[in-house]
Design a protein around this ligand. Sequence first.
Ligand code: SAM
Length: 223
Amino acid sequence: MSKLYIVPTPIGNLEDITLRSIRILQETEMIFAEDTRVTKRLLNHLDIKKPVAPFHAHNEHKTLDRAIDTILSNESTVLVSDAGTPAISDPGFLLVRECIAKGIEIECLPGPVALIPALVSSGFPCDKFVFEGFLPHKKGRQTRLKIIAEETRTAVLYESPHRLIKCLKQIEEFMGENRKVCVAREITKMYEEYKRGTAKEVREYYESKPPKGEIVIVIAGKE
Ligand code: SAM
């Protein structure tokens, strides 16, 4: 019986991989990776030697059938992305869907993901929330912002550092300058930072101190 394991990997701090994830990586026959070089670095650190084949966004559709054949020829295959949980703003969803359609067993291990520590540390209600991933860069961006503006649940976005100021300006424009936000930067890394305040305050802070690294924006729901 073939099985696909979805294995989350650290988003910064290498200590964040679980004992079970390490065991599954040790026991599996092969690993599909978003970027084989990134995954080989992690495997070297864990002293694990396994065949690693590429599975990334650019070839996801094209390689789907081939990946399914490989999974069916093994008892256990693992999918990892560069960091965090595969399929969360990363390749993986199509493969999971196809495995389910083909009757292949799936098991997603719990583990690192950027949105959860950002949400919990924001101090905004987290009993209910919406995850928007990356907003579209151009077409459809304003539509998403208008929807988030009316959302009463806490919203979580992924954003790149060079688009942070633009995004905070748009939050001010669509949701008002007093909408509360929390910018979570470099979670689990040496320069981890949480900046909480109104969209205007947080924008002004980052205008004076241009952000570097990886970023999650948490937006308080509409009152
Ligand atoms: N699959 C990943 C996950 O489980 O969170 C997300 C991958 S997505 C391509 C990368 C984005 O996740 C970054 O641009 C940033 O928005 C967010 N992210 C990943 N690691 C982060 C970190 N250490 N601190 C803050 N945000 C992070």
